[in-house]
Design a protein around this ligand. Structure first.
Ligand SMILES: *Cc1c(COP(=O)(O)O)cnc(C)c1O
Length: 392
């Protein structure tokens, strides 16, 4: 039965890119097949996670890895791990963090609403610095010494949001953090491509790094990666896995959880609502393998070809100013319309049948950004027709 028959809803044309609101990436047949096979049998889920973790560790250069339900869930699990360590009593008490290290330091310019995932652990965020460069008042941002200055006996972790223009640099932050034995948790949700970034943040000293599985990796939308220090990954797993176990019968995979080091098994933890299914684990690992196997230039060429096709289909149209932006990690098309402002044009594209979605990050400059990553065969001509309809 088609999705149309099942739900009465038809696909959109997604020129916005692999965002959650528009259902993430397209999955390759091989990824879909891995998920379908996983769905037809049962597995020991902790063993499946341990096996996936070995693949993640290999491709990231981290000590350990884990499949999460997204980067946001990775932030929650990672911060929970930093707060409790391997203490099952503390795990059981979260989000009540009384008596624990319960503050997480973040540069003020890194704050964003995914930090709900961090705050839900029960910690207090300590914002540091003021970003003059974002207000246009100056050139400075939070500096590493200010982060060092905010560290106290209550500090559980430092949260860092990776971005091509993030400051201070991650290397400076991990240096001041490690002088005081504080772990650094990096949100690198959207920092792929390039695939070299899978290793980069770990090599710059991050203790934990989260990536989205449903963005450019092309895994299931509800999947992500957490990688980093073995003890922290172990703590994250203990607070995420289903813990309806009898201690005597419990035999977690050794590489993931060292049972002999625990006084008892924690109960269902704070991460249990961020459950990950066998289909997510299988799909994520298959997508990750494909992502690292694809040559970076070939991937870029694939997107550049789509960008060229969009430009070819729009260039003849009167009233459109079309240009290519290829400086960033993903090439894109910028469209300005002579007769319509950005908000109106976007609204009308959304109302097209089928609905067309563009990236609205520059809509107040009346620029529509078209991202090639989620466009299917045939979508470019639908996109061009939608623009023609706008102009007529
Ligand atoms: C997309 C994104 C997230 C959320 O990732 P999910 O995998 O959807 O949970 C978190 N942080 C940043 C910076 C993002 O871009």
């Amino acid at each position: 039965m088609s999705i149309q028959d099942l739900l009465g809803i038809s696909p959109i044309v997604n020129a916005a890119g692999p965002v959650t609101r528009l259902s993430g990436a397209l999955m390759a047949d091989e990824v879909i097949e891995a998920m379908a096979e996983a769905g037809k049998a049962c597995y020991d889920i902790a063993s499946m996670q341990a096996a996936a973790g070995r693949v993640i560790a290999e491709v990231t250069g981290a000590e350990g890895g884990y499949v999460t339900s997204g980067a946001s869930a990775g932030l929650l699990l990672g911060v929970a791990a930093c707060v409790t360590g391997l203490d099952p009593g503390k795990m059981n008490r979260l989000p009540d963090t009384r008596g624990m290290k319960n503050q997480v330091i973040i540069a003020r310019s890194h704050r964003n609403f995914y930090d709900h995932a961090i705050r839900s652990v029960g910690i207090r965020l300590i914002e540091v610095g003021i970003s003059d460069r974002y207000s246009g008042a100056g050139v400075r941002d939070t500096e590493a010494w200010e982060i060092a200055d905010a560290i106290s006996e209550r500090t559980a972790a430092i949260a860092y949001v990776a971005n091509s223009n993030a400051r201070p640099s991650l290397a400076e932050v991990t240096r001041v953090a490690h002088e005081r034995n504080i772990p650094v948790v990096v949100d690198a949700a959207g920092q792929l491509p390039p695939s070299s970034n899978l290793k980069r943040f770990i090599s710059e000293g991050a203790d934990l790094v989260c990536f989205s599985g449903g963005k450019v990796i092309g895994g299931p939308q509800g999947a992500g990666i957490l990688c980093g220090r073995r003890d922290l990954i172990s703590s994250a797993a203990l607070q995420h896995l289903d813990q309806d176990v009898l201690f005597e019968l419990w035999s977690p995979p050794e590489g993931l959880i060292d049972k002999s080091a625990l006084p008892g098994a924690p109960q269902h933890g704070i991460g249990r609502p961020c459950k990950v299914g066998k289909e997510q684990i299988a799909g994520l690992v298959m997508a990750l393998r494909r992502f690292v196997d694809e040559d970076e230039d070939a991937r870029r060429k694939r997107w550049a070809d789509t960008v060229d096709a969009i430009v070819d289909s729009l260039r003849g149209l009167d009233g459109l100013e079309v240009s290519v932006s290829d400086g960033g990690a993903i090439p894109s098309v910028h469209v300005k319309m002579a007769t319509l402002d950005g908000l109106t044009a976007t609204r009308q594209l959304n109302a097209n049948d089928p609905s067309v979605h563009v990236n609205a990050s520059r809509v107040y400059e009346d620029i529509l950004v078209l991202n090639p990553v989620c466009l299917r065969d045939g979508d470019v001509s639908v996109l061009a027709d939608a623009f023609k309809a706008l102009l007529s």
